[in-house]
Design a protein around this ligand. Structure first.
Ligand code: FES
Length: 571
């Protein structure tokens, strides 16, 4: 057997090995240093990431599995991001969490790692880190919360916040009822139970091959999550012995499968940015156009909020991810592997659909073409995305006059102004919300509709933004416009009153202003003043180095691999 990585710290009789062992003898005895594998459990449990607060219990189940298989399990708390809590936006900190986790995996005497995530940015940051270090790794998704109800009706966590808030602003729900729904929204431990970013990333991670098959989507309150966590603990020891690393598992075919999955389940547009970033860590060529090329011909099979009706409890009851993938098996890459060393497709034959209202068969899909559409044109030279399944069909081809907001503050200040010059055909444009401009690319693209429009009974308009949209949100929203206004993109040159044409079937986004006139325009002063100009700390580093959305918004110097070798000692 080849020498383990951890033995580079613990083996031998010199002073350094003595020090490394001695300080770990708080619970570990000689057996721990006899060459058995040491497994870190990268744990994003935090009281300030309430969706992940239960992961300490999951960690203990993983630990039991590792010890049972003859390994040594070590809890490694890592940077955690509570999507609803951290300012200005969790996305600003995704790369920081990924960088910190990468360095802690590299720095410590471990042979493999189990990654515990859940809330939106936690699984992406863990996967980015693990991909760069490339030690044997496996993810345990923390699972969605159970369904809560309000006035006898199920509440979709996240999605129904937008809906109830719009109804209150539109006058069809009282303020008192709105506030009463608050304590029903979050019904248990676990992440959002719609097909938002957390659910999407869990499913997409399984499709990438980075979980034991069949775990993603298991509810945070389901005892089977602990059972599968235990199994994952046993399993990482096997992976270490087999020397199976992320670079052996994740291939172009894995991303192909992830994109098919993203489309078939009607997943969040945020997965586009995260998958591009993970691919960048592995030096796998993945482009925005691959999402359209591979995903847009995939049928939508899952009827979950925000695009549909049901919630993750229903999804699991109806058969879960493997039953969806069985329906689209012919679209999957047959060779793409999982952490077990077997192809993903080899796990699909026994999967069954138990409720056709929740998961449709291939021959009667909810929509023939799901996935993410990638738009280009003089308003988005390097691309923008839209999720047609979450948009209003009658707005997918639309021409209207731009109503421009120079910043999120500008939008909040004016959106409900009764004198706002807006009608149902207007195209709302919000800029200064990209990776560099905000900074951190917040989830604000699904901006609220003007009150006067809501009062007309209208619930959707075309909106265009260089930011992101919550995976739990819906609407005809063109987002991730690249380059962003703060990077000199033409979005910064749009003026209120310009005509914009959106043509989703034709995949174009056009500002009806001549090149000549556009070249003569200068960005508005108000917009430039609103751009972030951080002069210290992480934000400063981030703004200097962040890539645009079409490249995954990672930092330019974090792409590629760091490897697991650190040659110098601390003493
Ligand atoms: Fe944590 Fe939605 S806020 S998953």
């Amino acid at each position: 057997m080849a020498k383990r990585r951890s033995a580079e710290w613990y083996a031998g009789s010199d002073r350094n090995a003595y020090i490394h062992r001695a300080w770990m003898r708080r619970g570990l005895d000689d057996n721990a240093f006899d060459g058995r594998p040491h497994v870190a459990i990268a744990n994003t449990a935090s009281d300030l990431t309430p969706c992940n607060a239960h992961l300490d219990e999951v960690m203990h189940s993983v630990k039991e599995g590792v010890f049972e298989a003859g390994g040594v399990a070590l809890n490694l708390p890592v940077v955690s991001l509570g999507e609803t809590q951290v300012r200005p936006t969790a996305m600003l900190w995704r790369n920081m969490a990924a960088m910190a986790t990468e360095e802690m995996i590299r720095a410590n005497p471990i042979d493999g790692v189990v990654l515990l995530g859940g809330c939106d940015k936690t699984i992406p940051s863990l996967l980015m880190a693990a991909a760069s270090v490339d030690l044997p790794s496996v993810v345990v998704p923390g699972g969605p919360m159970k369904t809560g109800t309000f006035q006898g009706v199920p509440l979709g966590c996240g999605t129904d916040v937008w809906r109830l808030s719009e109804e209150t602003r539109g006058g069809t729900l009282s303020q008192e009822q709105f506030l009463r729904s608050e304590s029903s929204m979050i019904s248990s431990r676990g992440h959002c139970n719609t097909m938002g970013t957390a659910s999407t990333m869990a499913l997409v991670t399984e499709a990438l091959g980075m979980t034991i098959p069949g775990i993603a989507g298991t509810s945070a309150v389901d005892s089977r999550l602990l059972e599968k966590s235990h199994e994952t603990g046993r399993f990482i020891v096997e992976m270490i012995d087999a020397g199976r690393r992320p670079s052996d598992i994740i291939s172009s075919g894995s991303f192909h499968n992830a994109i098919v999955t993203l489309a078939a389940v009607g997943g969040s547009t945020n997965a586009v940015v995260h998958l591009l970033a993970i691919a960048g860590r592995l030096n796998i060529e993945l482009t925005l156009d691959d999402f359209d090329r591979i995903g847009s011909r995939v049928p939508l099979l899952v009827n979950l909020q925000p695009a549909g009706r049901f919630l993750m409890d229903d999804f699991q009851r109806a058969g879960g991810l493997l039953s969806v993938l069985r329906e689209v098996k012919d679209l999957l890459d047959p060779d793409a592997l999982t952490v077990t060393g077997r192809p993903l497709v080899s796990y699909l034959d026994d999967a069954q659909i138990w409720d056709l209202d929740v998961i449709s068969r291939r021959d009667s899909p909810l929509a023939q073409e799901a996935g993410v559409a990638v738009l280009r044109g003089n308003l988005a030279p390097t691309g923008a995305v839209i999720k047609p399944a979450a948009a209003s069909p009658d707005l997918l081809r639309h021409r209207g006059k731009a109503l421009v907001f120079d910043s999120i503050e500008d939008m909040h200040a004016r959106i409900d102004d009764p004198t706002l010059d807006v009608d149902a055909d207007s195209v709302l444009v919000l800029r200064g919300c990209g990776p560099r401009g905000y900074p951190g690319m917040p989830e604000v693209a699904n901006m609220p509709l003007p009150k006067k429009i809501l009062e007309m009974g209208i619930r959707d308009m075309v909106r265009i933004c260089d930011g992101r949209m919550s995976g739990t949100a819906y609407g005809t929203v063109v987002l991730h416009v690249s380059p962003e206004a703060a990077a000199g993109g033409p979005l910064g040159l749009v003026q209120t009153g310009d005509y914009i044409t959106l043509d989703v079937p034709g995949r174009t986004l056009t500002l009806e202003v001549s090149d000549e006139e556009l070249n003569g325009r200068r960005p508005s002063v108000a917009m430039q003043e609103a751009f972030a100009k951080p002069d210290r700390g992480w934000e400063h580093l981030y703004v200097q180095h962040v890539l645009q959305a079409d490249s995954g918004a990672d930092l330019d110097f974090l792409r590629g691999s760091s490897g697991d070798q650190v040659t110098r000692e601390s003493h």
